[in-house]
Design a protein around this ligand. Structure first.
Ligand code: NDP
Length: 275
């Protein structure tokens, strides 16, 4: 019997994770089966328990259950503890290990796939939700000159600044505060692109940017953020496909202790995109 894994979310049918993990399993010759698991809102814990009773070995967790997964874990990695969110669960006997691989996925995509070092760079991170929270520590661990967090609700950005200031040089503000400053890398971790909207950052921030990165993926066209970045001087554009595949590879390693090759899987998914 192959070992059982799944991505759990609501909604979940759009998820690319089954495709990604099946490709990893085939490539590394691991005997595993990976499916998508829809949990009702309010029924996360019960759905996880049923999956474990059927012999499930691990789960990827997506919207809106990352906080519930954090609470359900009986042991947490340091990066999950600091992010206060879990996207990877591993079941060993009575233990539920919670990890967060989103930040490692982003850093790997920027540094290895896009060949842009983070050290000594000025980075602007737009958004202060779950995705932003998960990437701050891994970004700071790469020693940027500055990590500025800008959010529509400024109090949330300030809270993140306070929480992470012991790990590196972090600033916080609203979009207007950073609109005229020089940044090397600008990352959109808001959900504005989901609604085809532009986060309210001014054009000046993009003038010297070597990379504009939108965490949103599954693109039929450039998001308003990527279009705006291109119009105002960003030299390289990237969507979140690379991050998605890299965080999946990190989860695969947590479960199977084997690191799959990500480049062919990224290429496969990008060839299905229309941009
Ligand atoms: P959350 O709901 O936790 O946070 C949403 C954030 O977006 C908040 O900071 C919110 O600001 C801001 N926001 C929402 N709408 C607007 C708008 N119109 N203008 C400006 N700011 C806005 O979402 P997540 O953090 O979980 O996800 C964010 C994005 O990251 C999504 O697009 C998601 O698909 C993507 N993602 C991609 C991953 C990948 O592997 N590529 C992994 C994880 C996430 P406020 O606080 O003011 O409400």
């Amino acid at each position: 019997m192959p070992d059982l894994y799944a991505v759990i979310g609501n909604p979940v049918s759009h998820s690319k994770s089954p495709l990604i993990h099946s490709a990893f399993a085939q490539q590394t010759q691991q005997s595993m089966q990976y499916t998508a698991l829809l949990a009702p809102i309010g029924g996360f814990k019960m759905t996880v328990e049923n999956f474990r009773q059927q012999g499930g070995k691990g789960l990827n967790v997506t919207v809106p259950f990352k906080l519930e997964a954090f609470q359900l874990s009986t042991r947490l990695t340091e990066r999950a503890t600091i992010a206060q969110a879990v996207n990877t669960l591993k079941f060993d006997d009575d233990e539920i290990l919670g990890d967060n691989t989103d930040g490692a996925g982003l850093v790997c995509d920027i540094e290895l796939n896009l060949s842009i070092p983070i050290a000594a760079k000025r980075i602007l991170l737009l958004g202060a939700g779950g995705a932003a929270r998960g990437v701050i520590l891994p970004l700071l661990q790469k020693h940027p000159a500055l990590l500025a967090v800008a959010n529509r609700t400024i109090s949330k950005a300030k809270m993140l600044q306070e929480q992470f200031m012991m790990y590196g040089n972090i600033a916080a503000g609203d979009f207007s505060q950073f609109s005229k400053e020089k940044f090397d890398i600008i990352i959109n971790a808001t959900s504005a692109s989901l609604h085809n909207e532009l986060p309210g950052i001014g054009p000046g921030a993009f003038k010297h940017a070597e990379l504009a990165y939108d965490m949103m993926y599954n693109l039929d066209a450039y998001t308003p953020f990527l279009k705006f970045a291109q119009q105002h001087g960003a030299r390289q554009l990237a969507d979140g496909i690379g991050m998605l595949v890299e965080q999946a590879a990190e989860s695969f390693f947590v479960w199977r202790h084997v690191k799959p090759q990500t480049k062919p899987v990224i290429a496969m998914l990008k060839s299905a995109n229309k941009i």
